[in-house]
Design a protein around this ligand. Structure first.
Ligand code: PLP
Length: 388
């Protein structure tokens, strides 16, 4: 089909041309004297995106899933208890990983569409007077449901309970798009990945650890090898990596960080908030609802609930086959019930209007009772009214 396929999935996101070009490099010696000039500033600059001056950043040639494992196996000890509120597929997978790695995972089920229940969390932490819970796992942005949780609130709950548990945050679909403040929120491990807000292909796990977490790495007895932070710490200190780095990702990251800093992190957060609100207004104009409940709406992805007599998978395949756009599918419990529109990364008003128009066409083709142009019109009104 002529024209480009537009990616409106919540990751991998569209890679800007400047970043694509920056990754198109011949391979080079990663033990050369000039390699540290690439790596060391990247690690420093990731700290700026994480908003930390006291923590340390790491890059693994891996994906976000590996980031979860790095946090588990480096900071905790075998059999440690961790607490997780499960309200979507990624919180679920993170909890399942914990079980498979032999941790004692205390899972509290929440409705898909809600985020971390701060009051319940605080109560549970207060109850744990012997401090058996060693870490709280918090998914900042649950990509499967389009739900954002309040991580500052999670820190407040830990403080209110005077609880020393580590705070691990999955920021795979939030870091670089939605505000994240590692130091201010007392986050001990932040896990993010290259293929979302950083506008890169998958293949980079970008992680941050607090000084408190790094101290625990020294004494953790969990067996690990490829994902051992100690090897990263030793080699990164000299400007190198413990094994062959993913060079194109590193060159691409240099360019994407330059683009992000040129735009300004606060401006990026505001852009995502605006883009997300336009999509939400379109959904309301269609007479549909979002999976996310009030107060939990994500600015990087919207999961749209289809009427009970419709299958969201048909909307997605029609959108792809007829209109050459890619929408995200519903995962696990919400398969067929929602489709997802990603508004993350290299996106602007017109790219979102394309997403909304293509979705509208596909829904009309699938017999949805919506008015042509209704969602597009609502988004246009909002984007024009708030354009700078
Ligand atoms: N956590 C969240 C919130 C995600 O959205 C994803 C992937 O979409 C992951 C974790 C897993 O990351 P990866 O697929 O990079 O391993």
């Amino acid at each position: 089909m002529a024209g480009r396929n537009h990616l409106y999935i919540p990751g991998p996101t569209n890679v800007p041309n400047e970043v694509l070009n920056a990754m198109h490099v011949p391979m080079e010696d990663h033990r050369s004297p000039i390699f540290p000039k690439l790596l060391t500033p990247l690690l420093e600059d990731l700290k700026k995106v994480f908003n930390t001056t006291t923590g340390q950043a790491f890059i693994f040639p891996a994906t976000g899933t590996a980031g979860w494992e790095v946090a588990f196996t480096n900071v905790l000890n075998p059999g440690d208890k961790v607490l997780v509120y499960r309200f979507g597929q990624f919180a679920h997978l993170w909890a399942e990983m914990g079980k498979r790695l032999g941790f004692d995972v205390e899972i509290h089920q929440e409705d898909w569409g809600k985020g971390i229940p701060l009051d319940k969390l605080e109560a549970r932490l207060k109850e744990d007077t012997s401090h058996e819970i060693k870490a709280v796992l918090a998914t900042q942005n649950e990509t499967s449901t389009g739900v954002t949780s309040d991580i500052a609130g999670v820190r407040k709950a830990l403080d209110a309970a005077n609880h020393p548990a580590f705070l691990f945050v999955d920021g795979v679909s939030s870091v670089g798009s939605i505000e994240f403040r590692m130091d201010d929120w007392g986050v001990d491990a932040i896990i993010s990945g290259s293929q979302k807000g950083f506008m890169l292909p998958a293949g980079g796990a970008f992680l941050g650890f607090s000084a408190k977490a790094l101290k625990a790495v020294e004494t953790s007895t969990y067996p690990r090898c490829f994902l051992d932070l100690k090897d990263q710490i030793t080699t990164n200190a000299t400007g190198y990596t413990p094994y062959t780095p993913n060079l194109p990702i590193l060159y691409g990251l240099r360019k994407s960080l330059d683009l992000m800093f040129a735009e300004g992190l606060d401006n990026i957060y505001a852009r995502h908030a605006r883009l997300g609100e336009g999509v939400r207004r379109a959904v309301a104009a269609w007479g549909l609802t979002t999976c996310a409940q009030e107060g939990f709406h994500s600015n990087t992805v919207t999961a749209v609930v289809v009427p009970a007599d419709k299958d969201a998978r048909e909307v997605i395949s029609t959108a792809f086959n007829r209109y050459n756009i890619s929408l995200g599918g519903g995962l696990s419990e919400v398969m067929g019930k929602v489709f997802r529109i990603g508004h993350m990364g290299d996106m602007n008003d017109v790219s979102m209007l394309g997403a909304i128009a293509g979705t509208e066409m596909a829904m009309l083709d699938c017999g949805f009772d919506i008015k042509a142009g209704s969602g597009v019109g609502a988004a246009i009104e909002y984007y024009r009214a708030t354009a700078k």
